[in-house]
Ligand binder design. Sequence first.
Ligand code: NAD
Ligand code: MG
Length: 387
Amino acid sequence: MKRRISILGATGSVGSSTLDLVRQDPDNWEIVALTANASVAELAALAREFSAEIAVVGQEHCLDALRDALGDSGIVAAAGAQAVAEAAARPADIIVAAIVGCAGLAPTMRAIEQGSTVALANKEALVSAGAIMTDLVKAHGTTLLPVDSEHNAIFQCLAGAALDDVAVITLTASGGPLREWPAERLRLATPAQAVAHPNWSMGAKISVDSATMMNKGLELIEAAYLFPVGAERLRIIVHPQSVIHSMVEYRDGSTLAQLGPSDMRVPLASCLAWPERMDTTLAPLDLVALGSLTFHAPDEERFPATRLARSALHDGGAAPAVLNAANEVAVAAFLAGQIAFTDICDIVAATLEGAHRLPPPADLGAVLATDAQARAAAGAQVKQRTR
Ligand code: NAD
Ligand code: MG
């Protein structure tokens, strides 16, 4: 029996890694929907290669180009945010949610409602919607599998254990490309320097998040929703080699860790095959060649993002959605050369002021409204700082 799979964000880094695994064993898979934002040619080529049922672009103005590119292939073409969400709602055995940013929230919610398995890479969606998303997962009996390498590692180390038995969950962080930069130099970091991640090859937004450590901040909130052990039991440790992807320490003193190459095809393979295992063509870990693994405490003076995220998690309500929206706006402005690297966290901090007084969003519409308001506020902060 072929398994039916949809990939939201098929042209991105996680989307490509997923399709790479599918390509390895094409007889096992039937592709339902592939979506992208505006990369028409790339999406059409993938849809043809994998004989997708439907290909969808987020940008409505790309519809004619997509139709042309799909030609007489018989693949349905659609466009617009609504069409992406409808594609996510198509019945499938597994849906990979790999759109970047809060733009992926509505489609991810539709995928969850559809009730089979959702492999979640789109951490911004979970950070913004929090309990609204996890409640939806419960209500529809959906299996939510974490793709993010740390959360996938924790999921594997937990292996269904009772959360009461967990003493501490430790998220590892590479520290990013600017890990050793002195504070005064950080302000001058360019987009090219910030996206040059030493261990992982990823999309531009998450690469900047890794450089600011906001990625770990978002992951802390992501972990709090996926593994509700209480924020005081979630820790972050810097581990520059990115070999240990995270750890779970139990109350009896045992610590379990998941190790692997820093390649997203490892956690993705674990999601695609779960609860079984599948082959990958990756070179196995060579610990002797690595020689040593090192660890140190995060420096929240140079990299305040994890402190901001912890405080947003503590405040709860609308704060995580505000943190995420402000960060998305600030990262886009940094990548566009408008603001300095260190302005990113300053803008997030300024936008977060007062967020704890906002009402907690009650549903998807309220989350999207909070997101829009926070984007406007962060946009004003960007204007003040634009060089
Ligand atoms: P990417 O930028 O490489 O790809 C993003 C995908 O989303 C593309 O297909 C793009 O076309 C699509 N997209 C962007 N904006 C859209 C919009 N408005 N509407 C519809 N589609 C849109 O990003 P990525 O690095 O693959 O990351 C995807 C998600 O996975 C992010 O949430 C990221 O945090 C998470 N993640 C990525 C990695 C990684 O190694 N890349 C690891 C862990 C988690
Ligand atoms: Mg991660």
